[in-house]
Design a binder for this molecule. Structure first.
Ligand SMILES: [Zn+2]
Length: 314
């Protein structure tokens, strides 16, 4: 390894943690670190955490004789290409849309910075080195604390006119005035039903639980132990997600749907119901897409962000 090996830094900013990686042009993650996101301390603290993560990896690159070509930041929220900031973000990162991320971060670390939506970055990473390799039309979904999406063809992510394409979590699935509130402030969106926190809230309401902050793992354990309420919340979530992705399949006709995020861990409590509903909803004969987990797992977005940084420096 030396100066001839091209490297960039990928930073994956979520509401609860920042994953950082020093990534080579062949997709290999040379160094990796994870730290908590200081979201509650405000956007300047979040920016400082990104700077610190990047500086540590620039130092790590120097130790192996490599010069970092750029930093790619994958952020939750809608990223308008060229603006250098996140245009709209859910309440997981309060104040984050006020920060000119690209100019502030590049001034602090002294190398070029690019900014991209986190699931768009996941699509670039998986398209280059993961489940989306050699597949033409792919729908990417990250289903965890929120729901994000990306639409890609031949490895190129569809940005839309404002960088907002693929925002599956904010599709309306319930028009009732009493529909649950979404993290974006509207009601009845998919994310208000099928994200981890939404499933937990639905369970708490159903059992009128005195427990607070039940997490998805606990609900899954209860479902596995015979709690019928827990099992039905998860199966209904799977069915709803399957119906929505079936509708999107009718719109986009992908070859493959790639999933990332914490809901993968639900296994047979959730996914068979998803697959049944998906199969029922798709209209074109033989058009039910294959569904696979992200091959790069939690590193897909940071690898994709680093690839975007390398491409931007070509
Ligand atoms: Zn929403």
């Amino acid at each position: 390894m030396g100066a001839d090996r091209r490297v960039a830094i990928g930073l994956d900013l979520g509401g609860s943690k920042i994953a950082a990686g020093l990534v080579a042009a062949d997709g290999v993650v040379i160094e990796h670190s994870v730290r908590g996101t200081p979201a509650a301390e405000g956007p300047i603290a979040v920016l400082d955490a990104l700077v610190s993560a990047a500086v540590n990896l620039i130092d790590a690159a120097r130790l192996i004789g490599a010069a970092v070509e750029g930093v790619g930041v994958a952020s939750a929220g809608i990223v308008n290409p060229g603006s250098g900031r996140v245009a709209a973000v859910t309440d997981a990162l309060p104040g984050w849309s006020e920060i000119p991320v690209v100019s502030r971060l590049s001034a602090s670390v002294g190398i070029p910075v690019v900014l991209i939506n986190d699931v768009h970055a996941m699509a670039i990473g998986e398209g280059a080195f993961g489940a989306g390799r050699d597949v033409s039309d792919v729908l990417y979904l990250a289903v965890g604390t929120g729901i994000g999406g990306a639409i890609a063809r031949d490895g190129v992510v569809l940005e839309g006119s404002h960088g907002a394409a693929g925002d599956v979590g904010h599709v309306v699935v319930d028009i009732a005035a009493t529909a649950p509130l979404c993290g974006c402030g509207r009601r009845g969106h998919l994310e208000a039903y099928v994200s981890g926190p939404s499933l937990a809230r639905t369970y708490e309401e159903r059992v009128d639980s005195a427990d607070v902050n039940l997490d998805l793992r606990t609900i899954a354990d209860r479902a596995s132990s015979g709690d019928a309420d827990a099992a039905s919340v998860l199966s209904q979530g799977g069915t709803l997600l399957g119906r929505v992705i079936g509708g999107l399949t009718n719109l986009l006709d992908p070859d493959l749907v790639v999933f990332g995020g914490g809901l993968l861990a639900l296994g047979p409590l959730f996914w068979p119901f998803f697959e049944d509903a998906l199969g029922e909803e798709v209209r074109a004969p033989n058009a039910v897409p294959r569904c696979e987990p992200a091959l790069l797992g939690n590193e897909a977005a940071l690898v994709g962000a680093a690839m975007l940084a390398l491409r931007s420096s070509d």
